[in-house]
Design a protein around this ligand. Sequence first.
Ligand code: ATP
Ligand code: MG
Length: 242
Amino acid sequence: MLRVEDIGVRFGGVHALKGVSLTCPAGQVTGLIGPNGAGKTTLFNIVTGIQRPDAGSVHLDDRDITRDSTEQRARAGLARTFQRLEVFGSLTVRENVQLAAELHRGLRRRGRSPVELADDLLARVGLTAVADHQAGVLPTGSARLLELARALAISPTTLLLDEPGSGLDEAESHQLGDLLRSLAAEGTAVLLVEHDVQLVMRICAHIYVLDFGQLLCEGSPAEVQADVGVQQAYLGAESVAS
Ligand SMILES: Nc1ncnc2c1ncn2[C@@H]1O[C@H](COP(=O)(O)OP(=O)(O)OP(=O)(O)O)[C@@H](O)[C@H]1O
Ligand SMILES: [Mg+2]
């Protein structure tokens, strides 16, 4: 289980996050939504150790990991995908996943052969047919699934996904939702940042809404959808945009 407590971050005069606390339990998908610039990616950067918070703490199970390096956090089972895709374009799809698996083996010094693991993960995200294609020529939707396979290569206990549904068509997005639910059912704690409200409402057990760096509301999908503040700050604008 992931828990962040009272996180605060400033960029110059801007309070990017202020007093943000949330928990992301194992075995379910937890949603984190909110308008552009609300602080969602910044929170992911703090949880994964790319950015240091000015206040607050991050806990993985009962361990305080606030001061741990990104490598220590990965070793502890934390994985993420990036909003801006981070795949190696000149390598094949399979090589991209193998590389992540090899890195993981180096970190944990155990586990299955990277080649076997890569093929299993590609099957799981539905990319077997393009395993030998160069990653750089994949359409965005497939590249996002490749990022997910790379994140899964470290066998994470906690998985943070930054807009994995963007660029996916309706069928791919549905398939992604099913995959995230099955990962959660296997015991993974999944934290999902996503603008596709339908996907979020379908698969999340609990949702947090961020607005201007602060939590506006939290609850079940039904509770969040019924919240007037959320409708005004976000959902209204989103349904107009889509
Ligand atoms: N490294 C940085 N330096 C200065 N300001 C930053 C930095 N990173 C983020 N910010 C600012 O912090 C705020 C939160 O940004 P963040 O990227 O976390 O939002 P977001 O919720 O992920 O938005 P989006 O939905 O557009 O991805 C924004 O005002 C942004 O401009
Ligand atoms: Mg973002």
